[in-house]
Ligand binder design. Structure first.
Ligand SMILES: O=C(O)CCC(=O)C(=O)O
Length: 419
């Protein structure tokens, strides 16, 4: 008998439409049947990657009130077969031998699939984001995560894009917080990483004396199971933990037009942080700057010149966060609708490197826009926000869309999308 092609709840066009309108995290069920990537268990990947060494991040399994940042972890290189033997308490585990499996978790995190499988490009096609309406998007634009129970990523937000996450093996628990709760998450740029803002709070074991406002943060917690896809909207905070012995997931960050402003902020932030930390000093020995972030001399010169030229910029304060706050306004000229204002307010809260109250600041912004971004159009992304015009839906979508919308209520995250 011929195999029955499974019916997906949404067509690519419908899925894309939903994603363009969702403002809250959502889990898509029954969308990935037949995707070859679902065979990418750690065992299968071990066969594909053979002896290939990859870097693992290791953390101690201990209950503290402080987040374990990546700068505080240990790192080793090993192949996936050694990793698997280590999880099974076997011998021949290479560099893992220094780290008892009972005391440490391990995470091969944030691995670009295009790099991992550069010699097996056919594997890229195993990931089919085109079924979510992103034509041509495959494993080539995705990253891979392989971890053990307890492996985690500290609470952070990604400054660019939104995110689609497919769980392949085991389960991960995601703790998400809306962008409006940013102040309650106590954001910091230390440790500094381009495009990530970290929270100082260990969201599973918060210290209420140090971080009293966190009690008011609204956690949206979801357990992602194999085959399910989580949509993480732009600027949602997330803490992620592996809750099964072995987990594998694949994600793709989808770039958005509205990210252009964040790119300027990130460029300035990076320049200033690198400038501060490149100068040797006694209090500079701590490992809060990733070594890859040091080669930005040209950008540094540009910022120094501009700061000298702009002594009256009222938004330049060297106080907030890590002691540096250069405020630059870019690309919100002429936007006066409510969505745009809310967007601007949210951006302002997340990125203090944003707003300059003088004309010269605007000039600075336009200058940066032209020369750093090669003039891509900044401004509001009409496709991302719900507008009355966009509410017109493809015929027959209404009742199924309701199933996704209900996922916005955290109590209904797992509601199946029945036809
Ligand atoms: O899966 C994880 O541990 C973290 C994933 C993450 O931070 C992301 O996809 O943005």
């Amino acid at each position: 008998m011929a195999a029955v092609t499974p019916i997906k709840p949404f067509s690519p066009e419908e899925t894309r439409w939903i994603l363009d309108h969702l403002q809250h995290p959502a889990v898509f069920l029954n969308m990935t049947q037949g995707w070859p990537v679902l065979h990418w268990t750690a065992q299968h990947l071990s066969g594909c990657l053979q002896d290939r060494l990859i870097r693992f991040r290791l953390g101690r399994k201990e209950a503290t009130n402080a987040p374990l940042f990546e700068t505080q972890c240990s790192y080793i290189e090993a192949n996936v077969a050694q990793f698997l033997r280590w999880t099974q308490h076997q011998t021949d585990v290479g560099s893992f031998s220094e780290y008892p499996c009972s005391e440490y978790w391990a995470y091969a995190d944030y691995k670009y699939i295009t790099t991992l499988f550069h010699d097996q490009p056919s594997m890229f096609e195993d990931v089919k984001w085109s079924e979510f309406g992103f034509e041509g998007r495959t494993g080539k634009e995705s990253t891979l995560w392989i971890g053990t129970q307890g492996a985690n990523t500290p609470c952070h937000l990604d400054t660019y894009g939104c995110n689609l996450v497919l769980q392949v093996q085991g389960r991960k628990r995601w703790h998400l917080f809306p962008p409006e709760d940013t102040a309650k998450l106590y954001p910091t740029r230390i440790p500094y990483e381009e495009s990530s803002v970290f929270s100082q709070v260990h969201v599973l074991r918060p210290d209420p004396r140090k971080f009293p406002q966190f009690q008011g943060a609204r956690a949206h917690t979801v357990t992602l199971e194999p085959g399910q896809v989580l949509y993480v909207p732009r600027h949602w905070w997330h803490y992620v933990e592996s809750i099964d012995p072995i987990t594998v997931s694949v994600n793709s960050w989808i770039e958005l037009e509205v990210d252009d402003a964040a790119r300027v902020s990130e460029a300035v932030t990076r320049t200033v942080v690198c400038a501060l930390k490149s100068v040797p000093s006694d209090d500079n020995a701590d490992a809060w700057l990733n070594p890859t972030e040091r080669n930005v001399v040209m950008l540094l010169l540009l910022v120094v010149v501009l700061l000298l030229l702009l002594p009256r910029v009222s938004g330049v304060h060297f106080a907030q966060l890590f002691g540096v706050d250069v405020r630059v306004e870019v690309g919100h000229e002429g936007e006066d609708d409510a969505d745009a204002q809310q967007e601007a307010a949210e951006q302002q809260e997340l990125f203090p490197l944003r707003k300059c109250h003088t004309k010269s600041g605007l000039f600075f912004g336009v200058f940066l826009k032209r020369y750093l971004l090669q003039s891509s159009p900044l401004g509001h992304n009409q496709n991302y926000h719900v507008s009355e015009r966009d509410r017109e839906q493809p015929a027959g979508l209404q009742h199924r869309l309701h199933a996704v919308r209900s996922l916005e209520d955290k109590t209904a995250y797992r509601k199946p999308m029945a036809e």
